[in-house]
Design a protein around this ligand. Structure first.
Ligand code: CU
Length: 765
């Protein structure tokens, strides 16, 4: 009797268990039907599991059925409705496409570079007028170097300018013409066009040009299958702080065979006010337009042409000695892509591009105008190209090899009408011309090979080697520059860089990466050839040094990221990630005071000494980024992010310049299809690890709250409102330049904007 009772209760328990898990499934690779172990299976109700070694999983689902989401690294995530009485329970997962044009990070772990990161879908969740720099503002590890509200450069882990390899659509470049960087690449791209930003956090790939500290790839929108037909959008936005307006229109036609996209944007920004209602000279106007035509010969073969022009007008630069009158840029690029070949050669990627920037700046609205009327007209040509082949010489090994080229040429002069000198006002003003770039160029010819090899089915080894032959010349030197450097001649440098990394994917929920990269950066044109111009954050005259050695970054990094499904009390998932790096530099390029040289222009003005670019040998940088967050109640998420950099220049016994302080971010978000909202609270710590010789001072910490809301009230209409710096805090970021040559401001750092309310409307059709 007892035994019967036991058996009955045992059967009952088993029955309960099998009722608890009433769905058996199997996850397979769609290509070869091999099982996918450790795939993540999440049902809409929140219960979750992983597949076992044979790709099998069991799940408890409601009798009426539910939708499951199955994800596996390197494969397209699938969503499917299931119910307990399904007859076929196989889930076939498709591998993500290997190559997406103009994109570095495909979502395929086997192919993606190590330490790569991709930002959100900017286009979809747009709620406020922006400039390109704003796109970087909330990215962990990024800071902005501001000279006003227009000329803004991104900085990542205290590397900036040419130390960062900034490009768009996988290689197109447009270098600034202005020695003061009034016109960085971020001013030549329409922000509303940027769909996402891809980041590679160090010199961990050799395929995208010579890379010193990291790669930033701005990817513009591409039509997909959903966009076939005629479509477009009209957008308008307003910002209260500065009475700023933006407007933009986009029209596209796409079919399977071809696609054409045209867009035009206009922005009119006023001077913004800081938290104390002090108006900062920062207004600008700009007009951009572009046209892109793509033609698909076959499913695996595409040709694309992209042309754009951008016009900046009347740009006030609070932190620079002059203002932009006009800044015109044109960029043309042609891309060809062939993939899906069946032999050893799998695919081919080719790109050529040309850009021209024409820049005119004056000091007409500055105090120095009383003494000297200065007008600088400068231009820059950037041209380049790339040919890359993808080979698969064996089942496991994938090789990317190719050549690339980058040509940068700049010229232009400054005309000075001297109206007053140390003696007093001149009866007849005297005119002088100064050669700004001395008709210089730098050509970089690169040769690279990068291989990816899976050591096991969870571990991928990547190794790359790159050679750059860098040829530079100064064709029209000023007499004093030629006298200082009697050996001026065409110069050739040979740079070798490389990387080796291991990516270990324990499961689709945990990824660990270890990497070493040696990045080499030949001196840029300012560092080589500038001749007595104030191009720094301080007011020193700078002199270039044509004999500089290339600077070298040896970077080591270890990091991991993962997610843990949670099944309790409304918590859905825990996400975390962390990255630690250490860099030691060789031949670090920095400008130091040279007592043997003296000021050339306005020689009585302080500082009377001059800085000359030099190589220093003893410098390093270390730091980390950490993030952790939870998704909860289906639509909410809360994330904390932390980034910290410490840098030391042992030769000068101080920090390296432009090192951001410790930043902590708290982000609370709510996201539904038709309504989303987020609040970002950013705590920026005090920065007292500074580069005094660079003119830096200690910067106080500050906390800023931003709130953004977006709603889709009717089909095709999106409305966004935002309140930035809600508490109207007066602050300046440590990387902001100081006021320069301004009537109403001393030489102290520029304050950031006070409270700013904005509205944005988008109509799609
Ligand atoms: Cu300029």
């Amino acid at each position: 009797m007892n035994f019967k009772y036991l058996l009955a209760s045992l059967l009952f328990t088993i029955g309960q268990l099998s009722m608890a898990q009433n769905f058996d499934g199997k996850v397979l690779d769609s290509q070869n039907n091999s099982p996918l172990p450790q795939a993540h299976v999440l049902s809409q109700k929140g219960s979750a599991t992983y597949t076992d070694a044979n790709g099998n999983f069991q799940l408890s689902i409601p009798e009426k059925g539910t939708t499951v989401t199955i994800s596996y690294m390197g494969y397209k995530t699938i969503q499917q409705f299931i119910s307990p009485n399904n007859t076929t329970n196989q889930f076939l997962m498709e591998e993500e496409p290997f190559e997406v044009h103009g994109v570095m990070v495909t979502g395929n772990a086997k192919i993606d570079p190590v330490f790569a990161a991709v930002t959100n879908d900017y286009v979809k969740k747009i709620v406020q007028p922006r400039n390109v720099a704003d796109l970087f503002n909330d990215l962990n590890g990024f800071s902005l170097i501001k000279r006003g509200n227009y000329a803004i450069d991104p900085s990542f882990r205290a590397t900036q300018y040419e130390q960062l390899n900034v490009q768009f659509d996988g290689g197109t470049k447009a270098m600034h013409a202005c020695p003061n960087r009034m016109d960085p690449i971020t001013t030549h791209v329409i922000p509303e066009e940027i769909e996402r930003i891809e980041i590679i956090k160090g010199p961990y790939t050799v395929r995208y040009g010579a890379t010193f500290g990291g790669i930033v790839n701005l990817v513009t929108q591409k039509p997909g299958i959903d966009d076939y037909g005629i479509s477009g959008s009209v957008q308008a936005g307003y910002e209260s702080n500065g009475n700023s307006l933006v407007s933009m229109a986009r029209l596209q036609q796409a079919t399977e065979k071809y696609d054409v996209v045209g867009n035009v944007g206009f922005r009119d920004f006023g001077n913004y006010e800081d938290g104390d209602s002090v108006e900062i000279p920062s207004s600008f106007r700009s007009l951009d337009y572009g046209l892109r035509v793509g033609y698909n010969f076959t499913e695996n073969q595409r040709l694309q042409a992209h042309w754009r022009q951008s016009y900046g007008r009347d740009v006030l630069h609070a932190g620079l000695p002059m203002d932009t009158e006009t800044d015109d840029s044109s960029i043309f690029s042609l891309d060809y892509n062939l993939n899906g070949l069946t032999g050893v050669l799998k695919g081919l990627d080719a790109k050529v591009y040309y850009s021209y920037v024409d820049h005119l700046m004056t000091n007409a609205q500055r105090p120095t105008f009383m003494m000297v009327d200065a007008v600088s007209s400068v231009d820059a040509v950037t041209a380049g190209g790339k040919l890359e082949l993808e080979f698969k010489p064996s089942e496991k090994l994938t090789l990317f090899t190719g050549v690339d080229m980058l040509h940068i040429a700049r010229d232009g002069q400054r005309t000075r009408l001297v109206k007053q000198n140390a003696m007093g006002t001149l009866a007849t003003p005297m005119e002088f011309t100064d050669k700004v770039w001395q008709d210089s160029y730098i050509n970089d010819f690169g040769l690279f090979v990068e291989g990816k090899y899976p050591i096991s089915n969870k571990t991928i080894l990547t190794a790359g080697l790159r050679y750059d032959g860098v040829i530079s010349d100064i064709r029209d030197p000023e007499a004093d520059f030629a006298a200082l450097y009697t050996d001026l001649d065409k110069r050739t440098e040979h740079n070798i860089s490389g990387t080796a990394s291991i990516k270990y994917a324990l499961s689709s929920q945990f990824l660990m990466e270890v990497a070493y990269g040696r990045g080499v950066r030949s001196a840029n044109m300012v560092e080589r050839f500038i001749n007595h111009f104030s191009v720094g954050q301080d007011s020193y005259e700078y002199i270039g040094n044509p004999n500089l050695d290339a600077e070298i970054n040896n970077q080591f990094e270890v990091g991991f990221k993962g997610k843990i499904p949670l099944e309790a009390n409304g918590f859905d998932q825990f996400n975390y990630g962390s990255s630690f790096y250490y860099s030691f530099y060789e031949n670090y390029i920095v400008a130091v005071i040279d007592p043997t040289q003296s000021r050339k222009f306005m020689p009585m003005q302080e500082p009377t000494s001059v800085k000359v670019y030099r190589n220093l040998n003893d410098a390093y940088k270390t730091g980390f980024e950490v993030n952790a967050g939870v998704d909860f109640l289906n639509n909410f998420n809360f994330t904390t992010e932390l980034s910290y950099v410490y840098a030391k220049n042992k030769d000068l016994n101080e920090s390296l310049p432009l090192v951001p302080p410790l930043v902590t971010r708290f982000k609370l978000g709510f996201e539904k299809e038709k309504f989303w909202a987020n609040a970002n609270y950013t705590l920026t710590s005090k920065q007292d690890n500074i580069a005094s010789s660079f003119g830096e001072t200690v910067t106080d910490g500050y906390n800023v709250l931003d709130i953004r809301l977006g709603v889709v009230p009717f089909k095709n209409i999106t409305i966004g409102v935002a309140a930035l710096n809600v508490f109207d805090i007066t602050y300046n970021n440590h990387l902001n330049f100081s006021y320069n040559n301004q009537t109403d401001f001393d030489s102290v750092p520029i304050n950031d904007p006070g409270r700013n309310l904005s509205a944005f409307v988008q109509y799609k059709f």
